[in-house]
Design a binder for this molecule. Sequence first.
Ligand SMILES: [Zn+2]
Length: 149
Amino acid sequence: MKVLDLQCSHGHGFEGWFASNEAFETQLADGLVECPMCGGKEVTKMLSAPRLNLSAGKEAGSPAPAQQSQQEAAQQQHGRWLRAVRELMASTEDVGDRFADEARKIHHGEVKERGIRGQATREESAALAEEGIAVMQIALPAALKETLQ
Ligand SMILES: [Zn+2]
């Protein structure tokens, strides 16, 4: 069981549950891994703790924004994130705790393919991953949770 920190080309971060690293690579190559927020298939593994740039040394990847605009950039990013999550909420069906069942049915073609969201326990997510069903998980901002029933 592998829980991977993933990111799409738009910078949406999410977690993906897979049976193994190989399963991730295979499902990625088959186009089965997509960003839960925008459906983007250009998904890459994030480096561990990519936002924790605590060292003063040089950083791999994008150049750090100028000091004074850092907070502003963080706020903008947070705003984009909230918008993307709201869109995701609007475009998926809430199946609640039937998530694992529904994901299985969709995977096996028993019901129409559609975007679903809901709750799954770690055990359920792990079981789905073992069956080759990619489960993407995003952490909902607390502010947004309160507005949901
Ligand atoms: Zn995305």
